[in-house]
Design a protein around this ligand. Structure first.
Ligand code: DC
Length: 214
């Protein structure tokens, strides 16, 4: 029986939609680990902490209460909308490259799964680092143009597709070149991961491809 599902891939590949659908299908809870890194970035900006100050951000992350579910809260404050802004988009790669933050969040992610004994977890390093023993690992990707179009539509914050695309490319570059747990590219994915390119496919088609692997 499939109990632990890991979904990795770059921004805008459709991970959240897929994770939600797989979780519903299997009757499991879902954890969006990107929202945890975003919550730390949001809190650094809110407190005027320089996101490049590794020690200060690491210490802050250790003490921060983060709840990620239908709503996202930090120390009890609802930041569901606040973590999806262009300012957080810009700040989050530095936070995600911080080894102290990663240690803290990876431990919490493993604890989340251990408490439930099951779940659908989405991120960048779930199948490779956080849960290498996951029952099913999916690496979801899509062309940059399509990922930017999806992000721009989803955000509706007035940024053009071209602007979003430039930001996505910058973030992919930072996420895949950092020293700790870099975002892996399809060719480096764990041997046991199913690689799905969602370009031109509806969410339903992608879900069916994943369900076929169960
Ligand atoms: O998926 P997202 O755009 O919400 O992720 C936000 C940032 O966090 C992005 O820069 C990648 C990073 N991230 C990560 O490094 N590891 C994860 N497991 C999840 C997200």
């Amino acid at each position: 029986m499939t109990k632990v599902v890991a979904i990795d891939g770059p921004a805008g590949a459709g991970k959240s939609t897929l994770a939600q659908a797989v979780a519903e299908h299997l009757g499991l809870e879902r954890l969006d680990t990107g929202a945890m890194y975003r919550a730390v970035a949001w809190n650094a900006l809110d407190h005027g902490i320089d996101v490049r100050d590794t020690a200060a951000v690491g210490e802050m992350a250790r003490c921060l209460r983060i709840e990620v579910g239908d709503r996202v809260t930090v120390d009890g404050k609802d930041v569901t909308g606040g973590i999806r802004t262009a300012a957080v988009d810009r700040a989050v790669s530095a936070v995600a490259a911080n080894p102290e933050v990663r240690d803290t969040l990876v431990a919490r992610q493993r604890q989340w799964v251990a408490e439930r004994g099951a779940g659908v977890v989405e991120g960048r390093d779930i199948g490779t680092v956080v849960l290498p023993g996951a029952d099913l690992k999916v690496y979801l990707t899509a062309g940059t143009g399509e990922r930017a179009r999806r992000r721009a539509t989803e955000r509706g914050d007035g940024r053009s597709v071209a602007e979003v695309e430039t930001d996505l490319e910058r973030r992919d570059r930072l996420d895949s070149s950092r020293a700790v747990s870099p975002l892996v590219m399809p060719e480096d994915v764990a041997d046991d991961a199913v690689v799905i390119d969602s370009t031109g496919k509806s969410a339903d088609v992608v879900l069916r491809e994943v369900l076929a692997c169960l």
